[in-house]
Design a protein around this ligand. Sequence first.
Ligand code: ATP
Length: 221
Amino acid sequence: MKMKQFAVIGLGRFGSSLAKELVSQGLEVLGIDRDEETVDEMADVLTHAIVADSTEEETLRSIGIRNFDCAIVAIGDDIQASIMTAILLKDLGVRMVVAKALTELHGKVLERLGVDRVIYPERDMGIRVAHQLVNPNLLDYIELSKEYTIVELSVPGKLNGVTLKELDPRAKYGCSVVAINKKSGVIIAPAATDVINERDVMVIIGTNKQIESFEDELVGS
Ligand code: ATP
């Protein structure tokens, strides 16, 4: 079942950005922050915004927090408040609790408390930007496991007009092109005869090593 009602607790830079994006996707968002000024700034943007301390059980109960499909704890600096809020949300029976962690240890504690998803926005964004700086063709990637990754690579000019048969990443590097995103539309499971053009986006699956060798080929002359 698709989640519709979200509570975002802590409307700092991360929480407010997340909350706004959920609203722009047509979802209902309650924003909670203990700082009145912060809540005032978000009041017009979110479905509801209230001033409250999320470490107070009675407050969370009276908001009816357990009726929300998902609660996101976007408090970072105040680790004690983050942990106490996460415990209360789980105890009160919120179905899905997501929490932001600042450090690995903070994340481990949240996991032990039963938080359904722990996120590390600063760490993950740092890694992502580093990958993109090293390989200018890399648009995005998803780590499927420690070994396997899906990447989106933009096609460099030197490969304009090449067929997948000519490129042959499976035989040369062991990785596969699972889709090509062209201006004219997306080709899923492309055939050997499909042609790639400059600035098309190739979606590739493989081991990290296979993908690295393929990326080197794209960057190299
Ligand atoms: P960001 O990097 O997203 O700006 P941060 O990691 O610096 O955030 P904090 O400054 O600790 O995180 O918290 C973000 C927001 O959470 C702040 O607006 C703060 O007022 C709010 N907040 C902190 N503790 C509580 C609490 N117990 N109840 C409600 N809101 C809280």
